[in-house]
Ligand binder design. Structure first.
Ligand SMILES: Cc1cc2nc3c(=O)[nH]c(=O)nc-3n(C[C@H](O)[C@H](O)[C@H](O)COP(=O)(O)OP(=O)(O)OC[C@H]3O[C@@H](n4cnc5c(N)ncnc54)[C@H](O)[C@@H]3O)c2cc1C
Length: 341
């Protein structure tokens, strides 16, 4: 599955720099220094870092951030409880003063290597070229197949305890799933509440006997009955309705999602994956992948899946890309008479 298949969408209000100034970097005799694929926290942070180095950058963003379903995001110092949508709007707004940075709403459908760089094809058919590529394309989470879950997802049904458990501390919670990951999540949630019921919702439980015993000892109940649907008002979960008609009152629920890459561009480019299942892009500390000139940052790589971490990784990519370009240019200077960055 790729970005095009996803049903999540978000408004995208950013005007591109080209629209504002009438300039079009694409027709410039010089290529872009970097094409950033993905304008989430990681991609925009990289654009800020590179823009401040006067690098010519274009961010191509399809406008489907991973946390589109969430009304707020937590755990970002100085932005705790802020709206993810507003956060991106403010970030794009702040990039407007960097005349070398352009943001476009566009899906990148292909990338290929060309001498000294890369050509990127947009869904409009337009092609852009640059010396380097940053993949900041994010992830997609797979929700359990339970009726009604989307109504509550992002408000009272969550996957990340670090992001959302504090708001539900002391509450009656359900954990949905029968995998080892679901059981581990139930145990982790004991930090926030003692009232936890694991609903395997008819899925065959695959956690170990030892884990089952630990859960029971910790007071976590395990229900194997098939779930009919989640019920509640607006985004507020009220409980779980089982197929036999019984109702389990719950204020919130958590699940451990399956995850996959939002984009297959890394695969297209020959970037190695660090994990077969999620397919996260393998990169070094400096965000460089195994393909020279291609970098990766944010949730499409391995690491802590938080906004603040994505922002930090984006900035780290900006440093690495800028350093690599500078080194190339300084090497080219050797034996020549002039130097143009
Ligand atoms: C429901 C939910 C709640 C969350 N709550 C929190 C929270 O409270 N606190 C917290 O810190 N984190 C939270 N997260 C995690 C947070 O969403 C991620 O850490 C963050 O979005 C990662 O940023 P990113 O830039 O790597 O990816 P994303 O935000 O997913 O951005 C990637 C962007 O790349 C674009 N893209 C992908 N492929 C292409 C392509 N081919 N061409 C063009 N554009 C493309 C996408 O459309 C998207 O806009 C939550 C996640 C979810 C799912």
């Amino acid at each position: 599955m790729t970005d095009e298949d996803s049903s999540e969408t978000t408004d995208y209000l950013s005007e591109t720099k080209a629209d504002e100034t009438g300039e079009d970097h694409v027709n410039s005799p010089h290529p872009f220094d970097t094409i950033v694929v993905g304008g989430g926290p990681a991609g925009l942070s990289a654009a800020l870092g590179l823009g401040r180095c006067l690098r010519k950058v274009v961010v191509c963003d399809a406008g489907k951030p991973r946390n589109a379903a969430a009304k707020v995001f937590n755990g970002y110092l100085s932005r705790d409880g802020a709206s993810p949508h507003e956060f991106l709007e403010i970030s794009r707004g702040q990039l407007k003063r960097y005349e070398t940075v352009e943001i476009r709403k566009a899906l990148v459908v292909g990338i290929e290597g060309v001498p000294q760089g890369f050509t990127v094809e947009l869904d409009s058919g337009e092609r852009l070229t640059a010396r380097t590529i940053l993949l900041a394309t994010g992830l997609v989470d797979e929700l359990p197949q339970i009726e009604g879950i989307r109504q509550f997802y992002g408000e009272t049904v969550h996957s990340c305890p670090y992001c959302d458990a504090w708001e539900l501390r002391g509450s009656a919670l359900a954990v949905l799933g029968g995998s080892q990951e679901a059981a581990d999540l139930a145990l982790e949630l004991l930090l926030w509440t003692r009232d936890i019921i694991l609903c395997t919702y008819g899925v065959k439980a695959s956690f170990s006997q030892e884990t089952r015993s630990t859960m029971l000892r910790a007071g976590i109940k395990i229900l194997d009955a098939s779930v009919q649907r989640l019920e509640g008002k607006g985004g507020q979960l009220e409980g779980v309705r089982f197929n036999d008609g019984t109702f389990l009152p719950r204020r919130g629920a958590f699940f451990s999602p399956g995850q996959f890459q939002r984009s297959n561009l890394a695969e297209q480019l020959g970037c190695k994956a660090c994990d077969e299942e999620i397919g996260c892009i393998r990169c070094g500390e400096d965000t460089a992948t195994n393909v020279p000139g291609v970098y990766a940052a944010g949730n499409c790589t391995k690491g802590v899946q938080l906004v603040i971490a994505a922002v930090a990784e984006g900035m780290r990519a900006a440093f690495a890309i800028n350093d690599a370009l500078l080194e190339k240019d300084l090497n080219a200077l050797k034996g020549s008479r002039g130097f143009e960055l």
